[in-house]
Design a protein around this ligand. Sequence first.
Ligand SMILES: C[S@@+](CC[C@H](N)C(=O)[O-])C[C@H]1O[C@@H](n2cnc3c(N)ncnc32)[C@H](O)[C@@H]1O
Length: 265
Amino acid sequence: MAGSPGRRPTSSRPSSPARSDVPPRSDVKNEPQDAPAEARRRRLLYGRRKGPKLSAHQTQLLETLLPKLRLALQPGADPRNYFSSGTISDVWLEVGFGAGEHLLWQAEHHPTVGIIGAEPYISGIAKLLSKLLLSPAGRRESNIRIYDNDAREILEALPDACLGRAFILFPDPWPKSRHHKRRFIQMNTLDVLARVMKPGAELRFASDDADYAAWTLERITAYPAFEWTATRTQDWKARPPDWPQTRYETKALHGPPAYFSFLRR
Ligand SMILES: C[S@@+](CC[C@H](N)C(=O)[O-])C[C@H]1O[C@@H](n2cnc3c(N)ncnc32)[C@H](O)[C@@H]1O
């Protein structure tokens, strides 16, 4: 059904907030659409897989708990099949969950939703596993699955119109112009997100990097398959109550965050 929805040139929407309300837009000269597809596929978007030395407890969790929750890709399969519980009614995806506090909150508050978290950073995965062990979501049949690699791989393996929500929270900003091609938000990523998201599904994006926020807004508002839900400044400057703070956000590294919500048309 939801095949590639095509694109249209960048333009502002009538319902967009006033120009002065949105972050300044970025330079698009590094858009990587000319790069050969194979090169784009191989380009690493994340910085590192390993962090500080893991504790013995974390190592044990990676050896014992991770194998139970690790998602083995089944290209084209209904993602509800990745969960053993028969009560899973919808599936959401979090790209780059970091230490997993947002993912865990969503899993605990939405027990009938299966949440797939993609994160290649081993220390982050170990942190999520430690928290999971102590949480109600860890005690019952877990509605969390972990893909310990590049989120683009799971996106490509998903069938059309299968996700109810996607979260991309504080993705690596790659601030230098020559690294913009490593940003997760690219036209080809939007193509695949548009394909796998259900009509009415929500895409949430946050960044404290004004340039990356503007880059994202420019691309998604120009993309016909997505509609920005904001109608006033507060809608993107304030974090909604069902959107808990992430570890990265608490560091407030670059500036006040922008919280964007887009709907798949
Ligand atoms: C700046 S951190 C933010 C983590 C978390 N969302 C938060 O707000 O605390 C970005 C994370 O995205 C992960 N990441 C980067 N590229 C990714 C990709 N292609 N697929 C999955 N995760 C990715 C990185 O490993 C890193 O942990």
